[in-house]
Design a protein around this ligand. Sequence first.
Ligand code: SME
Length: 160
Amino acid sequence: MADSISVSPNLDRQGRYQELIPQIAALICGEEDIVANMANIAAALKEAFKFLWVGFYLVKGDELVLGPFQGPVACTRIQKGKGVCGTAWQQKRSIIVPDVDQFPGHIACSTFSKSEIVVPLIVDDEVLMVLDVDSEEKDSFSKIDAHFLGKILSKLESIQ
Ligand code: SME
């Protein structure tokens, strides 16, 4: 296994995802432990894009509970419909927040977070977890991130 993630800094966001995805596939290939794979996915995304925070919240009963992540410490539990994560869960869709101050009910785990994207993993119409990514810059995320983060999340679909 390579000891680090390698993405070309001169590529645009899409190009960097295209370089990163095969490396993530190799990282999790043959590993059946979902927590281990979530941990490496969070680390790979953080390393490749230098995001402020990358992590997972898992649906456990009627709330989301913090899973593997990279970045500053974060809130451990989020209710359905609360914050960006709980809203993505409730609405079963990805949510892109260009400016966290403009999102009603945004939960500020870090004052450095300026924009955010949350992508749910949906299996059989049920949300199993969400992938949350925070940036220190406003307007960091687009549909390109939603697309590729969804592709990365789907690699966990068969491992539960
Ligand atoms: N901002 C999120 C909470 C999680 S932290 O960003 C890590 C939200 O509003 O759901």
